[in-house]
Design a protein around this ligand. Structure first.
Ligand SMILES: NC(=O)c1ccc[n+]([C@@H]2O[C@H](COP(=O)([O-])OP(=O)(O)OC[C@H]3O[C@@H](n4cnc5c(N)ncnc54)[C@H](OP(=O)(O)O)[C@@H]3O)[C@@H](O)[C@H]2O)c1
Length: 337
């Protein structure tokens, strides 16, 4: 089994290498690839140090699985090259997610959409994965008609630049130093704000209808994964000064009435979801609990008493793990182990 990670030096790519070993993907040879900038550096793995190489088509020859996590442009260039050389590509960018011929997969929900053989499998957007882990079982049982989501997305969602921006800006603010806010990726070049001690209602670029592309992704990807083109999804995506793990306040209106105790029981029984919901004892999920976990944690479950057949839940997931790396590796483990 020969496995390559493209973007291996990035925030997600490093987690992918960890997940490959932690989740037990049977690997005989691991190839780590990056841009020219990091080529020649080393990454330590349980099988020893691996020298990072330049990502180019010829290096993908002979690979069984290629994990891609270097942005959409690199995926558009290298994913077809890897498939032509016989690989299964599990792509973490948004490049192929809405392609009708490419399955968009959360393994607990729709692994059955994957066909055998070489091809591209898309990993969904991180906020979409974290939302759908608890929403999919509710949808399956009672039918979800409408979903209203507000996200609280960690700085590492913008990669290493986001992590560095939060650290540098926090130090500068505490030291009373003047600084220029960092331009984080996935924002339009004209809009860049301080992330330290701030909340930014803007993730990815704005679209003509006033939503951001991140918000469009959540709507379109949720419909595709749940196989429900009529699902109403409306979202406000927000960047917050948290290092790691996205939180989401989710309001659901169901087609049939869902008893809140039955919802709690269903989510308690759902693999990959952990119910943490004891407000009397100050117990509810928070990013600091969840960082490093492959589960999505759910709390603050309650009926929405202002609307028929409606409920609230609060979901928190590590977007570098289940929102990206571990979801991708779980797909490979399910297909190849
Ligand atoms: N961060 C998240 O929470 C998250 C969640 C879900 C999906 N994603 C997606 O995952 C992808 C990577 O995100 P990230 O957050 O890990 O970003 P990142 O920390 O900025 O890392 C980017 C990686 O891509 C590599 N790269 C850049 N240009 C390249 C090129 N031309 N050829 C080959 N490799 C290249 C970089 O290599 P160098 O070290 O050489 O620069 C680095 O390894 C993006 O598509 C993003 O949308 C991110």
């Amino acid at each position: 089994m020969r496995v390559a990670v493209v973007g291996a030096t990035g925030a997600v790519g490093r987690e992918m290498t960890s997940c490959i070993f932690e989740l037990g993907l049977a690997v005989d040879e691991l190839v780590l690839l990056s841009s020219q900038r990091s080529a020649g550096t080393t990454v330590s793995t349980p099988k020893g140090d691996v020298v990072v190489e330049l990502a180019e088509p010829k290096r993908l020859t002979g690979m069984d699985v290629v994990f891609m996590s270097a942005g959409g442009d690199v995926s558009r260039e290298l994913a077809p090259e890897a498939v032509a050389r016989g690989a299964v590509v599990i792509d973490n960018s948004s490049a192929f997610r809405m392609d009708p011929n490419v399955p968009l997969v959360i393994p607990e929900i729709n692994l059955d959409t994957v066909k055998p053989g070489p091809g591209i499998i898309a990993n969904p957007n991180c906020s979409t994965i974290i939302a759908l882990m608890p929403v999919a079982p509710i949808h399956r049982r009672w039918g979800v008609k409408r979903m209203i989501v507000s996200t609280y997305q960690a700085a590492s969602g913008a990669g290493f630049t986001g992590i560095q921006a939060l650290t540098d800006e926090t130090r500068a603010v505490l030291d009373g130093r003047e600084f220029t806010p960092t331009v984080m990726p996935y924002k339009s070049a004209a809009v860049h704000h301080q992330i330290a001690f701030n909340v930014i209602p803007h993730v990815d670029v704005f679209m003509p209808d006033g939503y951001t592309r991140e918000e469009h992704k959540m709507t379109n990807e949720s419909r595709k994964i749940l196989g429900d083109p009529d699902l109403q999804v409306t979202t406000t995506t927000v960047r917050v000064p948290v290092y790691r793990s996205h939180s989401e306040a989710i309001n659901l209106q169901t087609r049939q009435h869902a008893d809140i105790d039955e919802v709690r029981q269903l989510l308690t029984d759902t693999p990959g979801v952990v119910v943490m919901d004891d407000p009397a004892n100050f117990s509810y999920p928070m990013p600091v609990h969840v960082a490093g976990s492959d589960d999505v944690f759910v709390g603050r479950l309650r009926e929405d008493t202002t609307a028929p057949d409606s409920l609230w839940l609060w979901a928190v997931g590590d977007q570098l793990r289940k929102g990206a790396a571990s979801n991708a590796v779980q797909i490979a483990v399910a297909l190849f182990n």
